[in-house]
Design a protein around this ligand. Sequence first.
Ligand code: FES
Length: 164
Amino acid sequence: MSSTVENIIQGSVKERIDRWVARYPDDQKQSAVMAALRIVQETNGGHLTTELMDQIADYLEMPPIAVYEVATFYGNYEHEPVGKHKICLCNSISCMLRGNDEILAHMEKKLNIKPGEVTEDGRFSIKKVECLGACGGAPMMQIGKTYYENLTEASVDEILDGLE
Ligand code: FES
């Protein structure tokens, strides 16, 4: 483990991870890796680093490469800083057919960032993601744990302007 970063797996973070570890047999604690990645990512302001993934590997007694594989396969893990509000705009077929391009262009202009970037004040970032399973409400986006569907330029303005 790198000694350059304080071990994040302590206190309430450790307790939260331990609750997931307790769900699995003693020799299967690596099954908690996705939960551990999510908890550590949340605690670190929304993104992971190699050092943090190494700490998870140490804690769950698994090879670091196995943690990296999970963390890079799933799109909900971030490896670069994100905004306080991470806007996940669906980029799959139903949302494409229903105008997600126009929604993205509007957001880019409004926030002055492209996907993968963070606004200067750190409040927003945009990420294009695959189908979030709300195709009937296309075009849609997810911010935090909330889905926003049937987006229009006006509703995007209202939603973003209403966030703290
Ligand atoms: S295509 Fe956008 S939610 Fe499924």
